[in-house]
Design a protein around this ligand. Structure first.
Ligand code: CP
Ligand code: NVA
Length: 307
């Protein structure tokens, strides 16, 4: 059966652990495995901008012996009537996997629907599962393990990163707290799914309003932009209600003494995170960005092997 990663819970907790184990192995010996030698091609489609995802997939696919085909979709027929389902039927005749960054999750589902090659979510409005694999790899490296650790995500708790922290963090056995202002809470269906997973793994999930309660003795503080791609003109005040959730040295002081700080980047320094924290000794953000490469290489190798 073809395996996809459309959202974080498409991997069971055991499968997530296997991908992270593989990522650590592949990071230690970066050029050892070439499952895409041939080369086999992988299509990487972008409906939205990107720096890290684009570069890490392009470099990673090449390192796996494959041929990355990067497509900015404004130069395709997507905007002028070609259906995504038809495009998917075409692409799978050329490539061994399809990676896509898009808006609504239903667009990715349309690509995956009839696909006999693995489809990977490179960020949608709903989820960012590749980022979470990198984040969890970083937590393992810095804190030794994920299970039992507390991760507090502060800011826009309704966005893709909040949803992915809930699902993937719960799968990794973490205690996940998300905190944001009123009107920016995670989707209830995602919270209940994460709670269901946490009941299996020994983790937990909490949706909080108070940023200090969320940060209290946390092992990981995580944040993200207050305005995600596509939300620039949504008419909401995406600054004023968010200031109490800024990850700054006062909030970090409430966390565990050895706590690490994560941000998927790009950061808006002085908004969701201060320079002091971003450049401080507890920041893991650049290891986190590097780990996109290693985690995605492992994911592609694993999906192709499993499919
Ligand atoms: N973190 C992340 O996905 O970055 P890009 O938008 O630059 O790909
Ligand atoms: N929540 C952000 C993540 C960027 C990597 C966005 O969707 O724009």
């Amino acid at each position: 059966m073809t395996r996809h990663l459309l959202r974080d819970d498409n991997l069971t907790p055991a499968e997530q652990a296997a991908v992270l184990d593989l990522a650590a192995t592949m990071k230690a010996d970066r050029y050892a495995r070439r499952p895409l030698a041939g080369p086999q091609s992988v299509a990487v489609l972008f409906d939205k901008p990107s720096l890290r995802t684009r570069l890490s997939f392009e470099a990673g696919i090449a390192e796996l012996g494959g041929n990355p085909i990067i497509v900015d979709t404004q130069n395709t027929h997507f905007g002028r009537g070609e259906s995504l389902a038809d495009a998917s039927l075409v692409l799978q005749r050329y490539v061994s996997a399809i990676v896509m960054r898009t808006f609504g999750d239903e667009r990715l589902a349309e690509i995956a629907g009839g696909s006999r090659v693995p489809v990977v979510n490179a960020l949608t409005d709903g989820f960012h599962p590749c980022q979470l694999l990198a984040d969890l790899l970083t937590v393992r490296e810095r804190l030794g393990a994920t299970a039992g650790r507390t991760l507090a995500y502060l800011g826009d708790a309704a966005n893709n990163m909040a949803h992915s922290y809930l699902l993937a963090g719960a799968s990794a056995g973490m205690h996940v707290r998300v905190a944001g202002p009123s009107g920016f809470d995670p989707a209830p269906a995602v919270v209940s799914r994460a709670a269901e997973i946490a009941a299996w793994t020994g983790g937990s999930v909490e949706v909080l309003r108070d940023p200090r309660e969320a940060a209290d003795r946390a092992d990981v503080l995580a944040t993200d932009t207050w305005t995600s791609m596509g939300q620039e003109d949504d008419g909401l005040d995406r600054r004023t209600p968010f200031w109490p959730y800024q990850v700054n040295k006062e909030l970090l002081a409430l966390a565990a003494p050895e706590a690490i700080v994560l941000h998927c980047l790009p950061a808006h320094r002085g908004e969701e995170i201060t320079d002091e924290v971003m450049d401080g000794t507890q920041s893991a953000v650049f290891d986190q960005a590097e780990n996109r490469l290693h985690a995605q290489k492992a994911l592609l190798a694993w999906l192709i092997e499993a499919s």
